[in-house]
Design a protein around this ligand. Structure first.
Ligand SMILES: Cc1cc2nc3c(=O)[nH]c(=O)nc-3n(C[C@H](O)[C@H](O)[C@H](O)COP(=O)(O)O)c2cc1C
Length: 172
């Protein structure tokens, strides 16, 4: 289904009061999505449930961002990120996502939870520029070295600014 989608330059913009919510299992398969998620993604509940969350992955997103996301949440920490998503009709929508692990009573991670709200325009602009540079590095490095090459762009930027990833995301 997803392979057939051609990205377009049509943007959908989140409203101030919107929250896009989804939950996944440990492997990133969607187990829950709210109405706004269905509205923005263009998929019905039955199409989303049990489907990998990369169903809305936009080709403009660098792989290194998702590696950082997964490394962080699998380590039991929360992750904030600007994400460009692709809807079923090829349009795109930017979100500011907060992704957290869900725990059972024994402290074991049982799945993940993401709440997205309307991103700041300045943050989208900064993230879009950074992701473009990261994506170019991934393409130039080739599949095997892609994540290392684009992670370096991010870590170099953080080193230059002397801040952590979280500080960057909250500052832009
Ligand atoms: C709770 C949760 C929410 C996620 N939300 C998104 C999302 O909105 N968009 C997205 O592209 N990937 C999202 N992901 C990451 C995907 O699982 C996946 O790593 C990413 O789309 C990259 O896919 P790929 O490995 O096929 O390139 C989410 C993962 C989790 C655990």
């Amino acid at each position: 289904m997803k392979q057939d989608i051609t990205p377009t330059s049509v943007e959908k913009v989140m409203r101030e009061d919107d929250f896009i919510v989804s939950k996944t299992d440990l492997k990133g398969r969607i187990t829950y999505g709210n109405r706004i998620f269905m509205e923005f993604s263009g998929y019905s509940e039955s199409e989303l449930i049990n489907t990998q969350h990369n169903i809305i992955r936009h080709p403009d997103m660098p792989r290194a961002v998702f590696k950082l996301l997964w490394d962080t949440i699998q380590a039991g920490r929360e992750c904030n990120a600007y994400v460009k998503n692709m809807a079923r009709d090829g349009s795109f929508y930017w979100v500011f996502a907060n992704v957290t692990p869900n725990y059972d009573k024994d402290g074991k991670i049982t799945g993940y939870f993401s709440v997205r709200r309307k991103p700041k325009a300045s943050g989208v602009k900064t993230a879009a520029g950074l992701y473009q540079a990261m994506l170019a590095a991934e393409r130039q490095a080739g599949a095997r070295d892609a994540i290392g090459a684009s992670t370096k762009i991010l870590t170099d930027l953080l080193a230059e600014k002397g801040i952590s990833y979280d500080e960057l995301v909250l500052a832009i």
